[in-house]
Design a protein around this ligand. Structure first.
Ligand code: PTT
Ligand code: SF4
Length: 610
């Protein structure tokens, strides 16, 4: 094969065993890489009875067929496992040199099972895998872990690690890399911690074989050049995703005080233009010439990378309007290895619970020092922090009978930075995302604002499926950053050309979309198998707050979602996906996608419709 290395590295930490295993071309063509590989590996190996934090769960680190070639923006890695936060399929996408080095070492994915007896660092150098004692590293934060490992290994090595949050199995602990890249929102860092795996270091000296290397080189160079000519390039380099703060404020969708409101009176203080005043540089993932990580000086005089989600969730959503303090909270989360989105969400929820007198602790909106301490308590599972470490769904269930109505999550994964009181399509993006409430599969708030926010019509459902195919299926399985296309407008024609030059395969958009649908249905099958007969349509519904509590501020004051109409859109979505009235894939749908074995297996857990 060209493009793909055709090899996985299987690690058993209980036995200190590493085995390289090849896979065939049909596996590659059916699942592409990244999320596609992870979904298939988890479906085959992790059954419903497996506790996500047990040795039987698998941690998958997967690249794609283009990862590491000189192509925009091919330095990303999918990290996946059965999620301890949601109980379903979970993954994240992290920019890291580990992806490039893993491919150069000859592997397309590393699959980790078992649990090491003692804290361990996995060192993968070309064909050798060593299990190193990590006792001296256990307890270090992610920045320090990587800094010390860099002193021991080649400068070019790629490293992913967990911090104290992952070690303590906080349910929304992430995997971190390069002081500012973080991935695996559904607790993939906790899975790594449960295996006593502190870090994975990759050093590769080989090269991936391309089918048409000269063509690939020329294409890569042209595409990088093309990006530089895009009209938005200059502004993107200045602000990255940060102008979203002002945009969300103007359009009443900025999560504010646990999504009670969608406008924040200090929005301009935490937006892109305020950020430019404290920005010192810009950095990002490998293989990228449009880096979007805005490095600012934080309130501790340290340099920290920020972007929109982090600022919305640790700023307006907890009532904090000081950008340098927000940056500090962001850095602490990165060091500890906590997902900033879920973190801002549980903090906002706890502040509201305190305001309502439902918990004994006295927490106030926007109090920096108090919040800083509480973040530490979450990572180390102390006091109130121990309950918050379980995620908002769990914490709400302890707070009181109605508290779940304002616990902002879908299927246990906390909502990201877009308020949906007046955005039915964005609410459906959350409701139907493959890992719980995330915008990664479809970010349609921009489209919805220009199309019209009142409607719940079929065109919106079509748009959702189109977005999920492209982002949730193709970009996640190619494991390419979606920003060149989504934010700068790099044309989609480039991608089949990249694939042809790398793999020699003519994979046009029709085929890519089919692969995407296969992967999408496989992830859905994973979820349904987990829930079995208790699977219900209600699992695809966003939080009650958006249906029941109207906005009380801003130009959209009074707006809420209409549940009946939301269900109407959801039913349409199921029909178009070839799923039954509960959202379970039909046998015929799975059959058409080449997944008859998945249909047979799923039939054992739910009565699968024809
Ligand atoms: C992603 C989620 C996001 S989405 C953000 S900001 W964003 C948060 N970033 C965090 C962070 O930082 N530190 C931290 N401790 N926790 C964080 N949690 C949040 O994680 C990220 C970029 C961004 S920045 C986005 S949108 C795009 N996401 C992509 C994606 O999902 N797929 C893809 N093919 N391309 C993407 N490109 C962009 O990558 P998760 P990163 Mg990310 C500091 O992790 O689990 O997928 O959740 O990895 O390397 O930091 O790149 O406004
Ligand atoms: Fe990473 Fe941003 Fe570049 Fe994408 S655009 S590869 S997220 S630095």
């Amino acid at each position: 094969m060209f493009g793909w290395n055709g090899t996985f590295l299987k690690i058993n930490l209980s036995k200190n065993k590493a085995v390289a295993e090849s896979y065939d071309a049909s596996f590659a063509f059916n699942y592409l890489g990244g999320r596609g590989f992870a979904a298939k590996i988890l479906w085959d190996n992790v059954k419903p009875e497996v506790n996500p934090l047990s040795p039987e769960n698998r941690l998958v680190l997967a690249a794609g067929p283009l990862t590491g070639f000189g192509l925009p923006n091919s330095g990303k890695l999918v990290v996946a496992a059965k999620s301890p936060l949601t109980g379903g399929y979970g993954d994240g996408n992290i920019g890291t040199n580990a992806a490039v080095q893993m491919r150069r070492a000859g592997y397309d994915a590393v699959i980790v099972e078992g649990k090491a007896k003692d804290p361990t660092i996995l060192h993968i150098k070309d064909k050798t895998a060593e299990f190193l004692d990590a006792k001296d590293f256990w307890g270090l934060d992610t920045f320090e872990t990587e800094r010390q490992l860099k002193e021991l290994c080649e400068k070019s090595s790629g490293i992913v690690s967990i911090g104290p949050a992952g070690e303590n199995q906080v349910k929304f602990a992430t995997i971190a890399s390069q002081e500012g890249r973080s991935g695996g929102r559904p607790g993939i860092g906790a899975v790594m911690g449960s295996k006593n795996l502190k870090a994975v270091v990759f050093e590769g000296s080989g090269y991936m074989q391309a089918a048409h290397p000269d063509e690939l080189k020329d294409l890569g160079a042209s595409a990088y050049r093309e990006l530089l000519t895009k009209p938005n390039y200059g502004f993107w380099k200045r602000q990255g995703t940060m102008d979203t703060v002002e945009w969300c404020q103007e359009n009443s969708t900025l999560p504010t005080r646990n999504y009670r409101e969608a406008v924040f009176d200090q929005a301009s203080d935490i937006g892109g233009f305020s950020m430019e005043k404290i920005m010192v540089s810009n950095r990002g993932c490998p293989q990228c010439n449009m880096t979007c990580g805005n490095v600012v000086t934080d309130s501790d005089r340290r340099q920290t990378e920020i972007d929109y989600e982090n600022v919305a969730m640790l700023g307006s959503n907890i009532g904090l309007g000081n950008l340098q303090q927000i940056a500090t909270l962001n850095r602490i989360a990165d060091e500890l290895g906590l997902d900033t989105i879920s973190l801002g969400n549980v903090l906002g929820f706890a502040m509201e619970a305190s305001e309502k007198g439902l918990i004994p602790e006295n927490l106030e909106w926007g109090k920096f020092r108090q919040t800083k301490d509480l973040i530490q308590d979450i990572a180390y599972r102390r006091g109130l922090g121990a309950s918050l470490a379980e995620g908002v769904r769990y914490f709400a269930s302890k707070v009181g009978p109605d508290a779940s109505d304002w616990a902002m999550h879908v299927k246990g994964l906390e909502t990201t930075g877009y308020d949906c009181h007046a955005a039915p399509l964005m609410a459906l993006c959350y409701g139907t995302s493959s890992i719980g409430a995330h915008h990664k599969d479809a970010w349609l708030i921009g489209y919805e604002v220009s199309y019209g926010r009142e409607s719940y019509d079929e065109e919106k459902v079509d748009k959702l499926i189109e977005a999920q195919r492209l982002r949730g299926g193709v970009f996640e399985s190619l494991v390419l950053c979606r920003f060149p296309h989504n934010s700068l407008g790099l044309e989609l024609d480039w991608y089949p050309k990249f694939l042809f030059a790398a793999t020699g395969m003519q994979l046009e958009w029709f085929t890519l979309n089919q692969i995407s649908d296969r992967v999408w249905n496989l992830m859905r099958a994973f979820w349904v198998r987990e829930f079995g007969r208790s699977w219900t349509m209600e699992l695809d519904v966003p939080p009650e707050r958006w249906f029941r509590e109207p906005l009380t501020e801003g130009p959209l004051k009074g707006r809420i979602l209409n549940k009946e109409k939301y269900f109407g859109m959801l039913r349409k979505y199921y029909q178009k996906r070839g799923w039954d009235e509960k959202g379970i894939p039909k046998k015929s749908t799975l059959g058409k996608l080449g997944l008859p074995d998945v249909a047979n297996e799923l039939d054992r857990y739910v009565a699968l419709p024809d």
